[in-house]
Ligand binder design. Structure first.
Ligand code: XMP
Ligand code: MG
Length: 179
């Protein structure tokens, strides 16, 4: 795996520190509130697990899985829910946890979808933000790092289902993306 890496963008240590900060901020903001943390599979699974452990207030953990139609490295804006929450969100505070916000279409879809269930609030945490590719405006309430317009892998992010277990956020060698 290591031989496929061109460059490390964000190190494991930087990620660990950032998650600690985000967890502390979330704990402060939602103290005394009924918080449901919803990780978006599969990409956000690792970030969500670490972020959830960094939250020091009572909270519920759940996951959704959605798929977007289209090419492997692009988001089309057309989504389908593969795994859903099977209970009401009425009056509860929902925190959506994503790996990366790219075009913003996935977060836009999720916010519209979940807002129909009457949550008291709907916020977004994303490990990475690629603002240069945004197609729709979205608010990221808890943001880890801004990244340039490269396809990145590691810490849950994949290329063709590989590299999710890299501990740093990395750019692969160009020949890997082509093959
Ligand atoms: P949108 O465009 O809807 O995209 O904001 C969010 C989803 O697109 C995927 N994505 C990436 N996955 N490296 C990845 O491994 C990237 O650089 C990248 N950019 C976008 C990802 O699945 C994310 O949830
Ligand atoms: Mg994803």
């Amino acid at each position: 795996m290591q031989q496929d890496i061109e460059r490390v963008l964000i190190t494991e240590e930087q990620i660990r520190e950032k998650i600690k900060e985000l967890g502390a901020q979330i704990s402060e903001d939602f103290r005394g509130k009924d918080l449901v943390v919803v990780g978006i599979l599969k990409g956000a699974a690792l970030f969500c697990a670490d972020l959830f452990r960094a939250i020091s207030i009572p909270a519920e953990l759940d996951f959704m899985r959605i798929t977007s139609y289209g090419a492997a490295t692009k988001s089309t804006g057309v989504h389908r829910v593969l795994l859903d929450l099977d209970y009401t969100l009425e009056g509860r505070h929902v925190l959506i946890v994503e790996d990366i916000v790219d075009t913003g279409l996935t977060i836009k879809f999720l916010k519209e979808y979940l807002s129909q269930r009457g949550p008291a609030s709907l916020s977004v945490a994303a490990l990475l933000d690629k603002p240069s590719r945004r197609k729709v405006e979205v608010t990221i309430d808890y943001r880890g790092f801004e990244v340039p317009d490269f396809f990145v892998v590691g810490m849950g992010l994949d290329y063709a289902e590989k590299y999710r277990n890299l501990r740093d956020i990395c750019i692969l060698k160009p020949e890997i993306y082509k093959s």
